[in-house]
Design a protein around this ligand. Structure first.
Ligand code: FAD
Length: 425
């Protein structure tokens, strides 16, 4: 079993790296070469602005190529709970933003001819306990009336037609969910940005931001400095760099994934007859889908731990057991890949985007960001280019987490709390 991301291992290499030293000046410097940063760089370059993107490692090497491969519509949390906390109007706007984001990914794939197996397949949320069905029913009724008339609630028998497992008591089907090969999409997006004129510099970690005037900054890296009229932070859950204000608001939480060897066609049809994306209703649950070459991609929190090779393989074994418990027909299927990644969680499990101390940012997608990061790259680019646009994640305040300065000491406790909640639900 390879301890690396399947998406990264099977994507083409990025060929658009800028050559030579950093330019002395740019209209916009983007920090971070994941979906947010690269999508922003593409739109900024298309608007005719000079844009330099600085990435500390390789382009598309963190969350954007280490995720579960779901590109789903709808908010991650239960819609009824979101309405309770945010009000119907705001919750509906958030829901709509995810719809816009999926449509934008679909459009980019077409416009830039990115060969990444994108398809709209629907997302099925599976009730892991009979008691969870009531919550799904309440959410389905509310969503059908307000934001998504196509939504369907499936009972136990209907869900058994959808999935080759006896574990589930029903489900919620959202028709516009999508999936794609995240590595191929990411590299295709970065090639498009470079083609449009963005200068992309991997291995240029930003070490200092020196505010000069208004939005203008001198941006320092180990490889030199650059004067930026505006700066966009697209650094995910980075603990690298001079960003303490953000590090007090974003908690990096590990999530882990295994990918099987290719399944026989008949076996895959038995396990996932409709080939959608799937998530379970537990707090510490699982997410899964298949690939174009007939593998199962199976992820979950597994352990409240950071991602490194030892941690990933321990989590991989927990995931293998969960996968076989769900699909006993896969008990002899070998695993081919296993990896982990850090999710950029916020306290309200929603993204935040705006401007702080003269620096623009879009961060904190909380595990539901493959579509939103791409869309927010475009929204932030329009904002920076002073075009008319609506930022769905601009909020009046973004409070720091009390007692938190970048080291999430409370995660083991949170893990125990959510496990207990799952047991008692
Ligand atoms: C294991 C896992 C599973 C997930 N599954 C899904 C899923 O199935 N569906 C879904 O919708 N979402 C999922 N997500 C979330 C989704 O992948 C992210 O929301 C999205 O990729 C965020 O993109 P980003 O560009 O903001 O961040 P990233 O892709 O993390 O990019 C940030 C970049 O900034 C760089 N950087 C950091 N600090 C500096 C610095 N100082 N200088 C220069 N560069 C810097 C980093 O190296 C990194 O490349 C998952 C995430 C993980 C980790």
């Amino acid at each position: 079993m390879k301890l690396e991301s399947f998406w990264q291992a099977t994507a083409p290499a990025f060929s658009g790296t800028a050559t030579g030293p950093l330019p002395s000046q740019a209209d916009v410097v983007v920090i971070g070469g994941g979906f947010t940063g690269v999508s922003a760089a593409l739109s900024l370059a298309r608007s005719g602005l000079s844009v330099v993107l600085l990435e500390s490692g390789e382009v598309m090497s963190q969350a954007s190529s280490r995720n579960g491969g779901h590109c789903n519509t709808g908010v991650a949390q239960n819609f009824a709970s979101l309405v309770a906390s945010q009000g119907l109007e705001q919750a509906s706007r958030f829901y709509q933003a995810f719809d816009d984001a999926v449509s934008y990914v679909e459009q980019l794939v077409q416009d830039e001819q990115i060969d990444c197996d994108f398809r709209l397949c629907g997302k099925l949320k599976l009730a892991s306990k009979a008691t969870h069905l009531a919550g799904l029913r309440e959410a389905a009724e509310l969503m059908r009336r307000t934001v998504d008339p196509e939504i369907e609630l499936l009972d136990k028998a209907a869900v058994r037609q959808e999935i080759g497992s006896d574990n589930f008591h029903g489900g919620l089907l959202q028709k516009r969910g999508g999936q794609m090969h995240m590595g191929k999409f990411g590299v295709g997006l970065a090639e498009a940005a470079a083609r449009s004129g963005a200068k992309i510099y991997p291995h240029h970690a930003v070490t200092r931001l020196e505010r000069l005037n208004g939005y203008q900054h001198r941006v320092h890296t180990g490889q030199g400095e650059i004067l930026a009229d505006k700066v966009l932070m697209a650094t995910g859950c980075s603990n690298v760099g001079p960003f303490p204000w953000f590090q007090r608001r974003i908690v990096p939480v590990g999530s882990f994934i295994v990918v099987t060897e290719a399944l026989e066609e008949g076996l895959l049809r038995q396990v996932l007859p409709h080939n959608r994306t799937y998530v379970t209703s537990l707090n510490i649950g699982n997410y899964f889908r298949s690939t174009a070459d007939r593998r199962l991609v199976f992820g979950g929190r597994a352990r409240f731990a950071v991602s490194n090779p030892t941690s990933d393989s321990r989590s991989g074994e927990i995931l293998r057991q969960a996968m076989v418990q769900m699909f006993p027909q896969l008990s002899n299927t070998p695993l081919a890949y296993c990896w982990g990644g850090m999710v950029d969680m916020t306290a309200d499990r929603l993204p935040h985007a705006g401007e702080q101390d003269g620096v623009f940012y879009s961060l904190g997608y909380s595990g539901h960001g493959t579509q939103m990061s791409v869309w927010m790259g475009r929204v932030m680019a329009d904002l920076l280019a002073e075009k008319q646009t609506e930022n769905p994640w601009q909020r009046a305040t973004w409070p720091a987490l009390p007692g938190y300065h970048g080291k999430p000491w409370f995660l083991p406790l949170a893990g125990l709390y959510y496990k207990a909640k799952d047991r008692l639900s």
